[in-house]
Design a protein around this ligand. Structure first.
Ligand code: AMP
Ligand code: GLY
Length: 426
């Protein structure tokens, strides 16, 4: 099978690595990919939002399946465009059409979906310029901290959590006045959920589903979960506070009603659902849906999956995922992200990375890299995700940290405390 994988981050490197282990894979193309994905296929400079170019590429290269890594092309309708072109309409796409992608593309849409299907989530009110007074009145019924979310995609920056009511009211105004552009034309005000977060991943053909290994990621730049939010600084799977009983609640209260809800609402959905959850005293609540895998969670989820991923994708395409089981390693996988100094604010690109050939016992997934004249250069804030499997968390982490020491680039930074907060649950 020839597969086109869309994306260029650590998630796509992990997906490419995993798919390349399948006997079913003939050729893999990654658009646009990075220096790491080039080890598993051919990088192609294709813009996923240029739908004509995507369809032409599928035809010209005999592509049998398209796997979409990031949310943006899905929200912008790449799957719909492939279906609409009669030359490519029969080519399966892993990743929902634009309607299903609204679960991530619009917080209001996701909240309304959860309400309709009785899926546990924080209480909320959706506010536009037309009902600010109602929004302020709702805020005043809540206790601090206050949660404001821009409805649309805002590059991960659209959520504010504030302690002061007056400041929250001011921020609500400024979001509605364009602080996050059009993404903030509608703002979702939410009750604050207190607990510990984790990410649960589901693969669905729209009817049946498989639950993939869960993971916890580390979003803040600083140790002890301090400082600015990032795309993710590391991840651990499995999550020790997500035991069998908790995961059963997740399945019964969230996964089943989500998949059934999509079907009952006539929303076609083939692909991943990433459910951001809060564990509140043993009960799961949905914080958000994403319509893709997480990054860096994919870099710990893929190494734990023992099943053939391409075979599972094929089952999604053929509507027979219900006949498949997923085999998952009992080992722990940890990843630590190496980032460029300054990230998530201004940082340099184009610095040479050395020592990748010395990595042993870990996998260095490339997140933001590019290949220039045979050299691997930094090409993003998050540069490499160094993942390791071990019989326990500490063993996995010590492998990653040992290998991190061998890889070098200018002003490299990483957190030294990934997974430390989990000790109390072990
Ligand atoms: P999101 O962009 O929806 O992932 O939100 C960013 C982060 O804000 C989440 O990962 C949570 O840590 C936090 N968050 C979002 N909604 C809530 C909530 N209702 N209660 C507590 N924390 C939240
Ligand atoms: N790691 C969180 C995300 O991918 O959105």
């Amino acid at each position: 099978m020839n597969i086109l994988l869309i994306g260029s981050g650590g998630r796509e490197n992990a997906l490419a690595w995993k798919m390349s282990q399948s006997d079913k894979l003939s050729k893999l193309f990654i658009a646009p990919g990075n220096a790491g994905t080039a080890n598993f296929g051919t990088n192609v400079p294709l813009n996923p939002n240029d739908h004509t170019a995507v369809c032409n590429f599928i035809v010209d290269n005999n592509i049998d399946m398209v796997v979409v890594g990031p949310e943006e092309p899905l929200v912008k309708g790449v799957h719909d465009a492939i279906l609409a072109d009669e030359r490519t309409a029969k080519i399966p796409v892993i990743g929902p059409q634009a309607e299903g992608a609204k679960l991530e593309g619009s917080k209001e849409y996701a909240k309304a979906f959860m309400m309709r299907h009785n899926i546990p989530t924080a209480r909320y009110l959706s506010v536009t310029k037309d009902n600010i007074a109602e929004g302020v009145a709702f805020l005043r019924t809540l206790k601090a901290p206050y949660v404001l979310k821009a409805d649309g995609l805002a590059a991960g920056k659209g959520v504010l959590i504030l302690n002061d009511l007056a400041e929250t009211e001011k921020e609500l105004q400024s979001m509605l006045n364009g602080k996050f552009g059009d993404a903030g034309n509608t703002v979702v005000i939410e009750e604050y959920l207190s607990g510990i977060e984790l990410s649960v991943f589901v693969l669905t053909d729209g009817k049946s589903y498989l639950i993939l290994p869960e993971a916890k990621d580390y979003k803040r730049i600083g140790e002890g979960d301090t400082g600015l939010n990032t795309g993710g600084m590391g991840a651990v799977s499995p999550v020790p506070f997500a035991g069998e009983e908790f995961m059963k609640k997740v399945e019964e209260r969230i996964v089943v009603p989500t998949v059934d809800g999509l079907r009952n609402d006539n929303i076609p959905y083939k692909g991943f659902i990433f459910i951001g959850l809060m564990n509140c005293d043993g009960d799961p609540y949905v914080i958000e849906y994403n319509v893709r895998m997480g990054d860096p969670e994919t870099e710990v989820v893929m190494p734990r999956i023992e099943s053939d991923l391409v075979e599972l994708f094929e089952a999604v395409a053929n509507n027979n995922l219900g006949s498949k089981k997923i085999a998952v390693s009992k080992q722990t996988c940890c990843t630590v992200m190496m980032v460029a100094g300054g990230y998530p604010e201004a940082y340099e690109k184009g610095n040479e990375i050395t020592g990748l050939d010395k990595v042993n016992g870990s996998i260095a997934f490339h997140a933001g890299t590019k290949l220039v004249d045979g050299k691997v250069l930094t090409n993003g804030g998050r540069v490499l995700a160094v993942s390791s499997l071990g019989s326990n968390k500490d063993e996995a982490l010590s492998k990653s940290y040992a290998n991190l020491g061998l890889v070098k680039f200018k002003d490299c930074y990483f957190r030294r405390d990934i997974g430390k907060d989990l000790d109390k649950y072990l």
